[in-house]
Ligand binder design. Structure first.
Ligand code: PEP
Ligand code: MN
Length: 292
């Protein structure tokens, strides 16, 4: 006899009731306070902007000065970076400890809050002084040793959803952070790998639906990264607006004074003029969506 099997669901009510998501699924409100100026999950829409990598002192000073002039308080820039291919162009190298020094300068000059990616625990102590929010990138989402060690520091963490992972996997990884007693967690949707025919260079699909889906499962703040999802600057504004309409607590948007000169992913950063307009639109849109 053929038995009628129950369809398997990605995350079932049973999973939640069986307490797989012990902390994630708690319905209490979770505001993640970073410092006296920045909190996630309190209704603010936090814009995290900057270049892909901290390529030079000049680049990071120029970008921080521009962002500060339009009221963006959170600067992103990686000094350590996982790259898809091992072949690094001759002009590209991680700025590492030097880059951290430059970030430290702009942090004090412009009172910027700094986000940067941690790829290996050996860098942690060096980053600690300057980095306010540690990003765990898509490729390390399930590197549980790294995830848990960073979590133990109790520093705020942006956990990016791996481009091939379900929400169950993302929340499982998040649970590892919470298990260490670190509740300074921000979840980030950054696009998933799925077949599509949008454009040869468009590597991922921004999963807008993940935003309300995550909100149903957890109260931790959720942000979106349209730059890494689309990989294509002309689409970033639309995806940023869609994310705001879907209710994100923040956005990561790459910006660079001269995008075509960016040493990594030159197709995705917005130039300063475009960024300024988009930033203004995002702010107006956010005001509107507060009434939703
Ligand atoms: C990044 O933020 O620069 C980055 C590499 O992100 P992701 O891990 O989402 O690819
Ligand atoms: Mn990147």
């Amino acid at each position: 006899m053929i038995q009628n099997k129950k369809p398997t669901k990605d995350i079932s009510k049973d999973d939640i009731e069986n307490k797989l998501y012990k902390v994630c699924s708690k319905r209490s409100k979770r505001v993640v306070k970073i410092n006296n100026r920045i909190s996630f999950g309190n209704g603010d829409l936090n814009i995290i902007a900057g270049p892909n990598g901290v390529e030079s002192r000049k680049l990071i000073h120029k970008t921080a000065s521009f962002l500060n002039s339009i009221g963006v308080k959170i600067l992103r820039g990686h000094v350590f970076k996982p790259l898809t291919f091992p072949y690094r162009s001759s002009q590209y190298s991680e700025s590492g400890v030097k880059g951290l020094e430059w970030l430290k300068e702009v942090k004090s000059e412009y009172k910027m809050t700094i986000v940067s990616e941690i790829t290996e625990m050996q860098y942690f102590d060096k980053m600690l002084e300057t980095i306010d929010i540690f990003q765990i990138g898509t490729r390390n989402m399930q590197n549980f040793e790294l995830v848990r060690e960073v979590a133990r520091s109790k520093k705020p963490i942006i956990l990016k959803r791996h481009f091939g992972s379900s929400l169950r996997d993302l929340l499982g990884a998040a649970e590892h952070i919470l298990y260490e007693g670190n509740y300074k967690l921000i979840l980030c949707e950054r696009g998933i790998s799925a077949p599509h025919t949008h454009r040869e260079t468009s590597r991922y699909l921004l999963d807008i639906q993940a935003i309300p889906a995550l909100k149903e499962l957890t109260n931790f703040p959720i942000i979106s990264d349209p730059s890494h999802a689309s990989f294509w600057a002309p689409w970033v504004p639309s995806l940023a607006y869609a994310s705001v309409a879907a209710g994100v607590d923040g956005l990561i948007i790459e910006t660079h004074p001269n995008p075509s000169k960016s040493k990594v992913d030159p197709l995705q950063p917005l130039n300063f003029n475009v960024f300024k307009k988009v930033h203004k639109n995002i702010k107006s849109l956010h005001k509107l969506t507060e009434k939703f």
